[in-house]
Ligand binder design. Structure first.
Ligand code: PHE
Length: 358
């Protein structure tokens, strides 16, 4: 091997040993730089003869070209290596498990309300919504519960701005104000169609389709324990016509309960009670004949025949129109259906509890 071959070989080895672009540039300087080996050898040629210079020069050029080629190749190699390293560092590991997205679901009480609405809709009831901030008139007075009526104290509630000093607005204590709101709209619509057939005191006594409606929603009272929450749900029911009686109430409500609980193993009891807006009035209790609650009477609704004064406040003639109303607790129905014994669990917003109902 002559000196040039040796030089090329040394250069190749030096380039191969360079592991970074900076190392490679340093190695290049050793061979091709201003004071590198090639420059040194060129300087050494000054003492040679012309012929010798020719052959040596040609050989040296070849060596120089070979070194440059090797340098270029190593540069490309290092670039590629660096690129590979970068790609590896930024690699996306598609085998990692993805981040799970939490799956939501309907609140158990919302599920109950959907069921209640579906069942009553199938029996021909309309579903109505009303305001949660009520006036004294709709929440109490129109429901035959005037100022100072003792029944008001059971409904102690949250008063809000608006109304008058003696009769401030309030968060509704029950869904019963919807009896009046809905009936008044219904009567207004059909009075015009029937041609304003009125009693001497201006009550409608003409023909109209029956009122059949439920009104589910949030209600509020100053109450809090395992079975009472300051915010709770009610669902009002109202059926007013000419031939509607307690018998219909009993049939409709029993049918509803059997459908809701998907069971025929239950009986209902109508226990005499008092509400200012119904006469007579009854609490509706339910008893299951099997399951964990078998044999116990559980109160699920208040009910009664709509009081004649309330019929009047709807704008209807009580001599012609009669009906029944009920107000049930969807929260209680939800507790019974799922076997939950503390109402507050539903409203604490604890995902561990709620996710069981997804
Ligand atoms: N509004 C009554 C309550 O909250 C329930 C009820 C509704 C009673 C309709 C009779 C008729 O206790």
């Amino acid at each position: 091997m002559n000196d040039f071959d040796q030089l090329v070989k040394n250069a190749r080895e030096a380039f191969a040993a360079a592991l970074t672009p900076a190392d490679l540039e340093n190695a290049k300087a050793l061979f091709l730089g201003k004071s590198g080996r090639i420059t040194e050898m060129m300087k050494g040629m000054s003492s040679l003869s012309v012929d010798e210079k020719k052959t040596m020069g040609a050989a040296m050029n070849l060596a120089k070209q070979a070194i440059e080629a090797s340098l270029g190749a190593r540069r490309v190699e290092l670039q590629q290596e660096q690129l590979n390293k970068q790609l590896q560092a930024q690699a996306l590991d598609v085998t990692l498990p993805g981040r799970e997205r939490g799956q939501g679901g309907l609140h158990p009480v919302s599920r109950t309300l959907e069921r209640v609405e579906a069942i009553f809709s199938s029996m021909g009831f309309d579903v109505a919504q009303g305001p949660e901030i009520e006036t004294d008139w709709f929440n109490f007075t129109a429901l035959n519960t005037p100022q100072d009526h003792p029944a008001r104290s059971m409904h102690d509630t949250f008063y809000v701005e608006g109304g008058t000093a003696q009769a401030p607005n309030l968060l509704r204590t029950h869904t019963s104000p919807m009896q009046i709101r809905y009936a008044v709209q219904h009567v207004k619509k059909h009075r015009a169609l029937a041609g304003e057939v009125l009693t001497p005191d201006g009550l409608f006594t003409g023909d109209m389709p029956e009122i059949r409606v439920i009104a589910p929603g949030r209600t509020y009272r100053v109450d809090s324990d395992a079975t009472h929450s300051p915010m709770f749900h009610q669902c009002e029911g109202l059926w007013v016509g000419e031939q509607v009686s307690f018998k219909d109430l009993k049939y409709v409500f029993t049918d509803f309960c059997k459908t809701f609980f998907e069971s025929h193993d239950l009986v209902l009891r109508f226990r005499p009670s008092f509400f200012p807006f119904t006469e007579p009035s009854a609490e509706i209790d339910i008893q299951f004949s099997s399951g964990p609650l078998a044999g116990r009477w559980l109160e699920v609704a208040g009910s009664g025949q709509v009081h004649p004064q309330v019929i009047r406040n709807m704008g209807l003639d009580p001599e012609r129109y009669i009906g029944f109303a009920f107000g049930m607790g969807p929260d209680r129905l939800t507790m019974l259906r799922y076997g939950v014994n503390d109402l507050r669990l539903f409203f604490d917003g604890d995902i561990r509890f709620l996710s069981q109902f997804r």
